[in-house]
Design a protein around this ligand. Structure first.
Ligand code: ADP
Length: 370
């Protein structure tokens, strides 16, 4: 329970002003759950909580009521009405049995004319309330944004895992049947292997995507030409599995770049996988690297159908996927993040013969002029 004069709004008033205030203020009590005022009511004065708890809430949209302030003993509510005299934009309800001091608007205005300290305290109160509201609003917007992304993410994962898992289940049944021929059994086992590979790719992408800031992101001086050649040899058998070929246009520039080989490997892996996905069975992927005075540019060109116009504008956006049964829409956004972590850029276009060309650049280390 607080006396009116101990409320932070009135603490600075002179004994004379406090005396006047005490005479004006009317005490009112509200049982738990009772409404003190509601949206649309006349803003006829301010309230100071003497005892109890008041919840101030407003409608968000058509159906949801949102509590944006809980006001305890000594605190003020309904103060906006003193300034604008407009209908209440929020409702106040006693959350417990509550006692309040009510000071009618006209009386507050009279007091304000005589007491600059009260005017200052009231402005401070209003500014604190706005700041608090702003903070809460920002937090909630951020949280809502995160939840939206998480929801889309969860939906995309569940959806994408369902198909390969169904395929594994069916293939396992076929492989386990006694009457299945050795040839059909081998095919079923190969299908399971492929689906497991697909799931592990997806999990790799999800882990990469959820990693956030990378504390382990260390750049080491690396011979880029040698790195690309070794990677191409590693990936060639996988590409051959899809009856496609990988050609590396030589000679590769032997530039020494600052890079994180493990993460850059994922860029090649994602781009080459996308290329073989787009080409279906067969096709040719060409990889070339060239340098200018500032950077080393790598291009991966495929002989597929090219980038569909429906996705061209969003290629590198998270969850943007088009024309794939199991696309997560994460691969290119991950590539972009990795390349930008290397302070480079990535872009895509269709080549003159129709296939897609993905280009990314990595900066050459700055030369020491001394
Ligand atoms: P996902 O492959 O899971 O869909 P990505 O971010 O890797 O996600 O790719 C986004 C989309 O870009 C793909 O769904 C596809 O439509 C398009 N795309 C990517 N690479 C190629 C390519 N080499 N040729 C044609 N389209 C491509």
């Amino acid at each position: 329970m607080v006396a009116l004069e101990t409320s932070k709004l009135f603490r600075q008033l002179s004994p004379h002003e406090l005396g006047a205030l005490r005479r004006i203020a009317k005490e009112k009590t509200f049982g738990a759950g009772r409404e003190i005022f509601k949206e649309g009511d006349k803003g006829d004065g301010i309230y100071v909580v003497k005892d109890g708890l008041v919840e101030v809430s407003a409608m968000v949209g058509q159906t949801v009521r949102h509590v944006f302030a809980r006001i305890g003993p000594g605190d003020v509510f309904g103060e906006m009405a003193v300034l604008d005299y407009k209908p209440r934009s929020a409702s106040a309800v006693a959350a417990k049995d509550t006692a309040v001091y009510f000071i009618p608007r006209d009386e507050v205005l009279n007091l304000l004319e005589r007491s600059p300290m009260l005017a200052l305290a009231l402005l401070r109160e209003i500014s604190d309330r706005l700041r608090e509201f702003n903070c809460q609003y920002l937090q909630e917007s951020l949280q809502a944004e995160r939840l939206t992304i998480l929801g889309r993410f969860a939906r995309s994962i569940v959806h994408d895992l369902k198909n390969p898992l169904n395929n594994i289940g069916l293939s396992a049944e076929i492989a386990a049947m006694e009457r299945t021929s050795p040839q059909a059994r081998a095919q079923a086992v190969a299908r399971i292997g492929k689906q497991v590979e697909r799931i592990s790719d997806m999990i790799g992408e999800i882990l990469e995507f959820t990693q956030g800031e990378h504390s382990d992101f260390v750049l080491a001086p690396t011979n880029y030409g040698a790195f690309v050649l070794q990677l191409a040899e590693e990936l060639r058998p996988e590409i051959a599995l899809k009856a496609a070929t990988l050609e590396v246009d030589g000679p590769l520039p032997q530039a020494e770049l600052l890079l994180n080989p493990k993460r850059l490997r994922r860029v090649f892996y994602n781009l080459l996988h996308n290329a073989t996905d787009a080409m279906g069975e067969g096709g040719k992927v060409r990889l070339r690297v060239f340098a200018n005075e500032r950077e080393v540019v790598t291009e991966i060109e495929d002989s597929g159908p090219g980038i569909a116009p429906e996705i061209a504008g969003q290629l590198f956006e998270t969850f943007a996927t088009h024309g794939k049964a199991h696309g997560t829409g994460l691969g290119l956004s991950i590539c972009k993040r990795i390349i930008e972590d290397h302070r480079g850029w990535i872009s895509a276009r269709n080549g003159p013969e129709g296939g897609a060309i993905f280009s990314f650049a990595l900066p050459l280390p700055k030369r020491d002029n001394c």
